[in-house]
Design a binder for this molecule. Structure first.
Ligand SMILES: Cc1cc2nc3c(=O)[nH]c(=O)nc-3n(C[C@H](O)[C@H](O)[C@H](O)COP(=O)(O)OP(=O)(O)OC[C@H]3O[C@@H](n4cnc5c(N)ncnc54)[C@H](O)[C@@H]3O)c2cc1C
Length: 387
C-alpha cells in the first residue's frame, strides 16, 4: 500500500483523501487548523454551493483545464456525493446545493467516509516544507515529520485565512503567480447614501477604457463598495487582469429592460420635474442618479432634461478603487502555474509523485459553484492517476 500525504484538509484535500482511501491507499491529511474543512462550512452563506450544472470552461481563467472539466463534470461530482449519501438539489441558475441547505452536511458525509476508510487526519500540523527524499516525500510540520510515497499539495489560497503556503511549492522550483483576492466586494466612491440598497441591473467593468465583462444580475450597495453576486463576478475580471490597471470603473444600467429613448419618453410624458425618478427607482438610487444630471433652473420637464435623466439611469459610472480584502474575499486568483503540471493528472512535471490540486493551482472560477467544482474535479483527476 502506498502512503500518500495530503497537505491541507480543505475541500480538495478531503475529496482527494476519500477517493484515494476508497481506492485502497493509506492516506494521511496534514492540516494547520484545529479541524479540517473550516472554509467549506462558510461556503454559499453556510449552504455550500458545491457545483453548477451550467458551468463551462468560459467560467474559468484558463482553458488548460479543459480535459479535467470534460471528464469530471458537475454530474460526476453530484454522483460521487450521492454515493456518499449526500442528496443535492439544483436552483434555477444551475447552482447545486446539499438538499439540507447546510454546508455541515457536506463536510459530515466526507468525514464519515474518511473515518470509514481509515484516513489519518492530523490537525494543528502546519507544514513548513515538503521535500523529495530517496524517491519519497517528506513533509516537515509543526508537529513532526511525515514521509509518504506521494505528496499532494492542497493548501488553497490566502483568501480569508491570510496564510499563503505557495512557498512550499516555489521552493521546489515551481513557478507561482502571487495571489490576488477575488469574488469580493469592489471598493468604490461616489455612491453616498446607497448603503444597504439592492438593485437588479446590468453592469459592466471597464478597465483602462476597455469593457472587459458585462452581465445582468443583482448588486448590493454598501457605503464604500458594491457587493452581491454580480459585483463578485466583475471582481474576478479585475483580479484576473494581468496588465497595470490605470483606471477601472463599473458602468451600471439601472433600467436594463427599457431602451434609453423609451425611458426618456416615459419620464417626459409622465414624471414630475421635481422628482422624476420617484416612481421608477429606489429613492437612494434615484437621488444619486439625479445628482449627476446637469439641471437647468426651469421647472419644466424638457426633452433634453428627460434624455439626460434617462442616460444617467442607464450609464451610471462607479469609480473602482480596488478588490476586497483578506477578510471578505472568497477566493484568490493566482497560484501554482499549470504550465509545470500535467493538465490531465495535476502531477508536477518537475517532480514525480508531487501533485497540486484545488485553489492552490492558478485556476479560478466565477462566483456560482465553479471554485468548489474545481476543488472536487482537481481532486478526482489527481486521485484517478494514483489508484
Ligand atoms: C466565505 C466563502 C464562501 C464561499 N462560497 C463558495 C461557494 O458557495 N461555492 C464555491 O464554489 N466556492 C465557494 N468559495 C470558495 C471555495 O471555498 C474554495 O475555492 C475552496 O474551498 C478551495 O478548496 P481548497 O481545498 O483548494 O482550499 P481550502 O478549502 O482553503 O483548503 C485548504 C486547506 O489547507 C490548509 N493549509 C493551508 N496551508 C497549510 C499548511 N502550510 N500546512 C497545513 N495545512 C495548510 C488550510 O488550513 C485549509 O484547511 C467560498 C469561499 C469563501 C471564503
Amino acid at each position: 500500500m502506498d502512503d500518500i500525504l495530503i497537505i491541507g484538509g480543505g475541500a480538495s484535500g478531503l475529496m482527494c483523501a476519500y477517493l484515494l482511501a476508497k481506492g485502497g491507499k493509506a492516506v494521511t491529511v496534514l492540516e494547520k487548523n484545529d479541524r479540517v474543512g473550516k472554509k467549506l462550512l462558510a461556503t454559499g452563506n453556510g449552504k455550500c454551493n458545491l457545483t453548477n450544472v451550467n458551468l463551462t470552461l468560459d467560467d474559468y481563467n484558463t482553458a488548460l483545464i479543459k480535459d479535467i472539466l470534460d471528464e469530471f463534470t458537475p454530474n460526476k461530482v453530484i454522483d460521487e456525493f450521492a454515493s456518499m449519501g449526500l442528496m443535492t438539489k439544483v436552483d434555477g441558475e444551475g447552482r447545486v446545493y446539499p438538499y439540507s441547505e447546510s454546508a455541515n452536511t457536506v463536510l459530515n458525509v466526507l468525514l464519515r467516509k474518511l473515518e470509514e476508510y481509515g484516513v489519518k487526519i492530523i490537525c494543528d500540523a502546519f507544514v513548513n516544507k515538503i521535500t523529495p527524499i530517496d524517491g519519497k516525500w517528506k513533509a516537515i510540520a509543526s508537529k513532526g515529520e511525515y514521509i509518504g510515497d506521494k505528496a499532494i499539495f492542497a493548501c488553497g489560497s490566502n483568501a480569508t485565512s491570510g496564510i499563503d503556503s505557495l512557498n512550499l511549492i516555489s521552493s521546489l522550483g515551481h513557478s507561482v503567480t502571487p495571489f490576488r483576492y477575488a469574488i469580493a466586494p469592489l471598493t468604490c466612491d461616489g455612491i453616498k447614501g446607497m448603503g444597504g440598497v439592492r438593485a437588479k441591473v446590468h453592469a459592466s467593468i471597464i478597465i483602462n477604457g476597455k469593457e472587459i465583462m458585462g452581465e445582468r444580475g443583482e448588486i448590493l450597495f454598501k457605503d464604500d463598495a458594491i457587493s452581491g453576486i454580480l459585483a463578485f463576478r466583475l471582481s474576478s475580471a479585475l483580479a484576473r487582469y494581468s496588465q497595470r490597471v490605470e483606471s477601472c470603473k463599473v458602468k451600471i444600467d439601472f433600467a436594463p429592460d427599457i431602451q434609453q429613448d423609451q425611458l426618456a419618453d416615459f419620464i417626459y410624458s409622465n414624471c414630475s420635474v421635481f422628482a422624476p425618478l420617484e416612481g421608477i427607482l429606489h429613492k437612494a438610487i434615484a437621488q444619486n442618479v439625479l445628482s449627476r444630471v446637469p439641471m437647468d433652473r426651469s421647472w419644466i420637464m424638457s426633452r433634453k432634461k428627460s434624455n439626460d435623466i434617462a442616460k444617467s439611469c442607464k450609464a451610471f459610472d462607479v469609480n473602482i478603487l480596488g478588490v476586497g480584502s483578506r477578510a471578505n474575499a472568497q477566493i484568490a486568483c493566482g497560484g501554482v502555474s499549470l504550465n509545470e503540471l500535467d493538465t490531465r493528472t495535476l502531477q508536477s512535471r518537475l517532480h514525480s509523485g508531487l501533485y497540486c490540486i484545488g485553489e492552490s493551482v492558478d485556476v479560478d472560477g466565477l462566483c456560482g459553484g465553479c471554485n468548489l467544482h474545481w476543488a472536487w474535479a482537481s481532486a478526482m483527476a489527481a486521485s484517478k492517476d494514483l489508484v
